[in-house]
Design a binder for this molecule. Sequence first.
Ligand SMILES: [Fe+2]
Ligand SMILES: [Fe+2]
Length: 481
Amino acid sequence: MKKVTNFFLLNWLDFVVVLLCFFLIELPRLPNLLILVNGCIVSLVLWFVIVKPQISEKPFSLHRSYSILFYFIILVGVFLSRILVRQFGSYSSPFFIPITLIALLYSKGVAVAASVYLAVVFSTAFGFNSLGYTLMLTTCLITAVASSKIEKRMQVARSALIVAIFSVFFYLLHVKMQGIKPDYLQIMIAFATPFISSVICIGVIPFIEYASMIYSNIDLIELGNLNNPLLKTLSLRAPGTYYHSSMVANLAEAAAQRIGANAVLARTASYFHDVGKAKRPYFYTENIFQENPHDELSPKLSHLVIQDHVKSGLEMAKRNRLPLLVQDVIPQHHGTRVQKYFYHKSKELGEDLSENEFRYPGPKPQFKEAGIIMLADAVEAAARSLKSPSAGRVQTMVEEIISGIYNERELDESGLNLKELEAIAEEFTKVLLNMFKSRIEYPKEEIKKVISLVQNSDNQPYKKSDKQNTSQESDRQSSKE
Ligand SMILES: [Fe+2]
Ligand SMILES: [Fe+2]
């Protein structure tokens, strides 16, 4: 009994949402009590078996706003359906709106779970038979799949077109199997509803994002634009940090793509991870060109000044209403790591300070993209100081940094596993080798091979002319640049 009470107390909001959803549509019709009770039980079971596991994971567990917005979208979707279906029939149900908004703001998995739940609620409320239910479920699932991975506004319209075609097809199939004559008005409604819904989605999404600070990939891409006032300030006040952030973004995006994490979030969050350095840019290595201000400071004070970029960055991010997950990356990209340079400097000066005095406050990375950015940040900083980068040296450096951070247990809460870390190391090495192509030191045997190949080709008259043409072309290209 205690377990049941605890379960109810922990999930009371879910019970309220499910019952509200069901009663929003069903109660005014005053149906048979048995159908009503059965419907409620089925809805609750479905919610706790299919939807709840999806909305208990990160980022839902990190910010309450994720659950609140999710409940709000479901309730508004159900309420809109109730109004429209009564006026224009079952095929006017704007299911496209809640499912597309969930696919854009959350993930494909959450959108698929919501589709299954909404299809059951709608089908029960509209009195669909098993055929109607199957068609409704298929249309909702198609909407979820078509709307996930959207990165441009126009792709919402493309998704609406796919759903509109399927809706008309399913309507025709439905009437044919029931032996009824098709109603042309219903065909038009089935075709137009997803398009009207897509316009509503595109229109409301900026307001939802501003209010909830939960962003779709469409607007995350726009945030990473240099027109963003925070990034503009960073590029003008701390050009070294801006360059570093761009390099981190390239590394993090490639790694996130490789392991199936959100590459758009990884890129945008990387741009803002060190935004707090715009406050006192001249204290950070990448912006120091003349005197080092740390020469005048004690190691502990230097640590405090450097650590301040996390606090200032978070304040700037909150003031500018940056996405919640981008805000999270700002403290998490240093986790609870020790600033070893100043710790060792303090030791050399004979100060009796513990490692913890030089530790960042954390928290440790809480999701995969934050973990990737922590790794990319450390790798980029080390790669910059690599004097003569060879393919082997770059690979060793990347592997050492990743295994070092892993052994410090900084990635314990990020959800990254060893296989993914190996893939990230490979991807970082690939990106760095591309970045440093011109600086790569090739092994001596490779150089000898290249020289002998060039000499051989020089001995062949027709190849020599080819070579001359190529060099003339490259001269032309470089003079253009
Ligand atoms: Fe930083
Ligand atoms: Fe950084």
